[in-house]
Design a protein around this ligand. Structure first.
Ligand code: ADP
Length: 274
């Protein structure tokens, strides 16, 4: 056991061979098709470790599919994804590329957290249990350690007093803050956020975004975020990717994308949402 594997420091295990200098996430000519529908069309982009990237663009442009590929909820059709320099995707048959093994994918997946539009909390468990579940069963933390971690994270998301509540006793915004705490409990290297405020009543959105701002400011987690909250995207991201029809129409610093978009497609999209 190396020092970093001691229980106090147990984080979601990364995978050996992380390229310290190279990008953390690489999409290399990634194609994703559902039947005849091409959802991602020879997509190339990189994300550096610690970078916060927001994906914007019209509905159906492929943003969620990117997150689902990173969660291995979908498989690439062509091309490949690398994380930490290692092949991450299942390689298509006949591509000549070495596929990532199931055990590698399982290990790597533990280092990636996702928060969905629907909070997906376990309704029959308390908030504490919801947060403890994966650290205990996937990382092997003791119940005491996991409980302490849950309490700390609930303080971070402003819900320390709800630790013994059930999800049904919480508002949508509170449930989403628990879902964020649950994802963070795995100490992920990468956090994927898929329209996490879209299902919330408008008055609950700010509280959730404040929590995510705090996470962005106080951690070095690499974040990929799909959102329609442009103010949040502008504040939090290092880079914005504007998608259109499965390709990147424009990318840049948020000040440039929101303040001085160059592509017509970006201008018309921003006009429709701002
Ligand atoms: P976005 O997040 O930009 O709205 P998505 O990545 O969710 O876009 O979807 C891109 C396109 O892929 C949409 O046309 C959607 O209907 C289609 N799609 C997504 N998942 C599936 C699936 N499992 N089967 C068939 N089509 C899908």
């Amino acid at each position: 056991m190396s020092p970093s594997d001691t229980p106090e420091n147990t984080t979601a295990p990364g995978v050996e061979g992380d390229a310290a200098d190279g990008p953390l996430i690489v999409f290399d000519q990634v194609v994703k098709r559902f039947g005849d529908l091409t959802v991602l069309d020879h997509l190339d982009f990189n994300v550096a470790a610690g970078e916060r990237v927001t994906l914007i663009g019209p509905s159906g442009s492929g943003k969620t599919t990117i997150l689902r590929l990173l969660m291995t909820l979908e498989k690439v059709t062509e091309g490949h994804i690398r994380i930490g320099g290692e092949p991450f995707s299942h390689m298509p048959r006949g591509s000549g590329l070495v596929p990532a093994s199931e055990s590698y994918l399982r290990r790597r997946r533990k280092s990636i957290g996702m928060v969905f539009q629907q909070f997906n909390l376990f309704p029959n468990m308390t908030v504490r249990k919801n947060i403890m579940e994966a650290p205990v069963h996937v990382l092997g933390l003791s119940k005491d350690e996991a409980s302490e971690r849950a309490a700390d994270l609930l303080d971070l998301v402003g819900l320390g007093d709800k630790i013994d509540a059930h999800p049904t006793q919480l508002s949508g915004g509170q449930q989403q803050r628990v879902a964020i705490a649950r994802a963070l409990a795995m100490r992920p290297e990468i956090l994927l956020l898929d329209e996490v405020t879209s299902a919330l009543d408008p008055e609950l959105v700010a509280g959730v975004l404040d929590v995510l701002r705090e996470v962005a400011e106080t951690t070095d987690i690499t974040m990929l975020c799909v959102t329609h909250e442009m103010g949040f995207a502008r504040d939090v991201s290092h880079r914005v990717l504007m998608f259109d029809k499965g390709r990147i129409a424009e990318e840049g610093h948020p000040d440039q994308i929101f303040g001085d978009p160059r592509e017509e497609r970006t201008k018309s999209f921003l006009k429709s949402v701002l």
